[in-house]
Design a protein around this ligand. Structure first.
Ligand code: A2P
Length: 302
């Protein structure tokens, strides 16, 4: 999997997204990340088709990820087929369970209401994911937003170990416990919101503005984003960055043309306090959600 992925978790004009995909491919991006709930699959697919038609890239050179929305756990095959149809592809390189949550069919417009939560059956959902693999609809399957405990529970019954766990990860929330566990069992960790998720409800400047990140940006004559991305990829993790802006797409790819010293990597790793930004309180309630609190949702990893 190419370490740096093009993120599409921001809704925007379809043409802008397709143009950004073509631009990204010209710059050298090969990894594209989307999800049914983002509403961006069709625009990503149109951009990929345009690039392939123009001979810029072939399907085997691309790595395309999409995710199972929480309202489709009871029909994983139907969901993956719908994503493939939106993307105009005949297979995904990676299909992820978007979150450890099952809800009624929604209009995707907002977080679930109290009456939308359904009892979770991750074992059954994972069997559906394994079926996607068997049918060749996805070349690899994984999860997103899973704690160590949820991974362990899943792996107890899984025939196939998740290839990836895509989670919030950046200098202010480095996920040390989860990373150690994933590396011990061969699960690739991929960072979402590696730059702190500006523009999202939980987004924070505390990541790009962190004094250690800023100091290293001056020292290496790089941008804070490049310092962060270099740290992530040097540590063997993947990163999905959201931007449709050609300059920032290019800038983020230019995070590979320098090295951080071991001492400076350690400096980033000494950043304190560590804090999860996206706690997702709105997925917790004391009546219908499987999680009464963020403590339960994240199994204490906060
Ligand atoms: P924009 O969409 O205007 O390019 P994350 O991937 O951590 O969720 O962060 C996404 C946010 O980070 C977006 O607001 C995006 O802005 C911004 N962003 C992406 N690349 C950079 C960069 N190189 N420098 C600063 N901000 C960036």
């Amino acid at each position: 999997m190419p370490a740096l992925g093009f993120g599409s978790g921001t809704r925007s004009d379809s043409q802008e997204i397709s143009d950004a995909v073509v631009c990204a491919i010209k710059l050298g991006y090969r990894h594209f990340d989307t999800a049914s709930v983002y509403g961006t699959e069709a625009a990503i697919g149109a951009g990929l088709a345009q690039a392939m038609d123009a001979g810029l890239v072939t399907r085997p050179q691309l790595f395309v990820t999409s995710k199972l929305h929480s309202d489709m756990h009871d029909d994983v095959l139907g969901a993956v087929k719908s994503s493939l149809s939106n993307l105009k592809l005949d297979y995904l390189d990676l299909y992820l369970i978007h979150a450890p949550l099952k809800i009624r069919r929604t209009n995707y417009a907002s977080f679930p209401a109290e009456e939308d939560f359904l009892p979770l059956d991750l074992r059954g959902t994972w069997q559906g994911m394994e079926e996607c693999l068997q049918q060749g609809l996805a070349r690899a399957i994984g999860v997103s937003n899973f704690s160590v405990k949820k991974l362990q529970d899943l792996m107890e019954h899984a025939k196939v170990i998740p290839a990836v766990n895509q989670v919030e990860l950046h200098p202010v929330w480095q996920q040390r416990k989860l990373r150690d566990f994933c590396s011990s069992v061969g699960i690739q960790v991929v960072a979402w919101s590696p730059l702190g998720g500006l523009g999202k409800p939980w987004g924070s400047r505390s990541v790009l503005d962190n004094p250690v990140v800023q100091e290293l940006a001056s020292k290496y004559q790089k941008t804070p984003a490049q310092i962060i991305l270099r740290w992530i990829t040097t540590r063997g993790l993947g990163a999905i960055v959201k931007s449709y802006n050609p300059d920032r797409l290019a800038q983020n790819l230019q995070s590979f043309d320098f090295s951080l010293s071991e001492q400076d990597l350690a400096k980033i790793e000494s950043i304190a306090p560590q804090e999860r930004l996206a706690k997702w309180e709105m997925l917790c309630n004391s009546t219908t959600s499987p999680y009464k609190s963020p403590q339960e949702l994240w199994d204490g990893e906060l």
